[in-house]
Design a protein around this ligand. Structure first.
Ligand code: NAD
Length: 339
């Protein structure tokens, strides 16, 4: 059994590669990644030399390259994590999101059709459902909720999901889709909220919070997401969508304050910055289908996952310091202004 994991040098794909290569030593795992600013070979260092692991650099939207790769490798499965994933960046360059997230998905599925595949899995997001009002805590997204996107990022992911479902219905491609809430954990690029707060607080730097910090996100520890994907790929029903989430809703301000408290840092580090245009208010996932049909259960709650995550950042300073010393510094200045 041979699986191509796209975007495996990124945050969730990287965690998935660690999990899969170790959990399934008799299966072959190929990581395919373009190594954009978000891809990092240091994330995969511990896998180097393992017999069932291989890395290939390439672009999922490069048709000639993808078809050549499928011709040579003849994969049995594809799990597509590769994406431009940051909402703020999607406001600056929507076309890049269209190219990678939509055209890249279509290109991968065309190769699957051409060469045959047992399963194509699309890693999607709860952001395709748009947002929920803050005062309706009784509402949750289930899989039948309409796609109603807000940002160029979520629109590209929602469009890709529609293509995936269309390829199943029209061409009979054996697909599954998972839509997960916000992830956190090791190897998370420090432009995203939780690693941003940890890395900046450790350096006693100011912590930018959009608006009043009232926006609510539903947080899941990354390995719980990886195990859900593995379960869906192996046991999920073809043509189906599965929501993934652990009922861990927190406002952004609560997240920041929890981390500052755990690190023994003052709340005076918080700086409120102008809100992101179109900022979604609340995401909340209903994972009942995954729990009841496939027996998935997350191992971590927010309260148990955050200390583990903080420990990882404390013990792996080299990993994130290499990142924030580079190109990211320029991006940070453009996004939030000079210090
Ligand atoms: P990430 O930005 O950390 O990683 C994306 C990876 O994709 C990087 O390694 C990058 O180099 C690679 N990549 C980008 N463009 C590529 C291309 N054209 N060809 C090949 N590789 C390319 O993202 P992430 O947070 O790990 O998210 C992974 C997937 O999970 C995405 O599809 C995202 O939409 C989805 N998702 C993320 C979250 C979250 O909280 N981070 C939640 C739900 C779903």
């Amino acid at each position: 059994m041979k699986t191509i994991v796209t975007g495996g040098a990124g945050f969730i794909g990287g965690n998935f590669m660690h999990f899969a290569v170790n959990a399934y030593p008799n299966e072959e795992w190929i990581c395919l990644d373009k190594l954009t600013y978000a891809g990092n070979m240091e994330t995969l260092q511990a896998l180097e030399g393992k017999k069932n692991y291989k890395f290939v650099k390439g672009d999922i939207a490069d048709r000639e390259f993808i078809f050549d790769l499928f011709r040579t490798e003849k994969p049995d499965r594809v799990i597509n994590f590769a994406a431009e994933s940051h909402v703020d960046r999607s406001l600056k360059d929507p076309e890049l999101f269209l190219r990678t997230n939509v055209l890249g998905t279509v290109c991968l599925m065309d190769a699957c059709r051409e060469f045959g595949i047992e399963r194509y899995h699309q890693v999607s997001t709860d952001e395709v459902y748009g947002d929920l009002p803050l005062d309706r805590t009784d509402l949750f997204f289930n899989e039948n909720y309409p796609i109603k996107t807000s940002s160029p990022y979520s629109s590209s992911k929602g469009s890709a999901d529609l293509f995936v479902l269309a390829y199943h219905r029209t061409f009979g491609l054996p697909v599954t889709i998972s839509r997960c809430s916000n992830n956190y954990g090791p190897y998370h690029f420090p432009e995203k909220l939780i690693p941003l707060v940890i890395s900046r607080a450790l350096n006693d730097e100011s912590i930018p919070v959009y608006g009043k910090g009232e926006n609510v996100r539903d947080w899941l520890y990354v390995t719980d997401h990886c195990k859900a994907i593995d379960l869906i790929v192996r046991k999920g029903k073809v043509g189906e969508v599965y929501n993934v989430g652990g009922h861990n809703e927190r406002t952004n301000l609560e997240v920041v304050k929890t981390i500052l408290k755990a690190l023994n840092k003052p709340e005076s580090l918080i700086t409120y910055v102008t809100d992101r245009p179109g900022h979604d208010m609340r995401y909340a996932i209903d994972p009942t289908k995954l729990e009841t049909e496939l027996g998935w259960k997350p191992e971590y709650t927010f309260d148990t996952g955050i200390p583990v995550t903080i420990d990882w950042y404390l013990n792996n300073k080299d990993w994130w310091e290499h990142i924030i010393s580079g190109e990211y510094q320029e991006y940070y200045k453009k996004q939030y202004g000079e210090e």
